[in-house]
Design a protein around this ligand. Structure first.
Ligand code: 4NP
Length: 149
């Protein structure tokens, strides 16, 4: 199973989600692959925000080798689950999806922890709050794994 984590810049939230799921895939030896990307190309090629690298490291996860990439419509075919951080990401991908099958692959990550509540992972780029963001994402990923194993 292939999972794509998506946010706006691919430097704050989705790299954390990518790192957490990668770590759990390895520890649980799941036959899965995870990657991350942004709906914008603003930070393409950059490493994650230093605050994301730091909060991940505090939790023994190294995300410093990740590099930002932009979402590409071929990802609708390549990935089984496309997990987005907020409703703007969701809206942006819905505009790009050409089929119902593609649309069905996209879900708000937090709905795994809080079904149908459409909670958002807040964008910490300007406001901060990386610790809370890390915890929220980890909680939802634990439920994602529980649902799919
Ligand atoms: P992310 O956070 O979507 O979690 O990576 C952001 C990163 C950069 C910007 C906005 C959000 N930006 O405006 O450059």
């Amino acid at each position: 199973m292939k999972i794509m984590m998506v946010c706006l810049g691919n430097i704050c939230r989705s790299p954390i989600a990518h790192g957490i799921l990668q770590d759990k895939i390895e520890k649980l030896q799941l036959p899965w692959a995870v990657d991350s990307c942004g709906t914008s190309s603003w930070h393409t090629g950059e490493r994650p925000d230093s605050r994301s690298i730091e909060v991940a490291l505090k939790n023994d996860i190294n995300i410093a080798d990740q590099r930002a990439q932009n979402f590409d419509i071929t990802m609708f075919e390549e990935y089984d689950h496309i997990l987005v951080m907020d409703s703007n990401n969701h809206k942006d991908l819905m505009k790009l999806a050409k089929s119902e099958a593609a649309k069905r692959k996209v879900s708000l990550l937090m709905n795994y922890a809080f079904p149908e509540q459409n909670r958002q992972v807040p964008d910490p780029y300007y406001e901060g709050g990386f610790d809370v963001v890390f915890e929220m994402i980890e909680q939802a990923i634990n439920e994602f794994i529980a649902t799919h194993t």
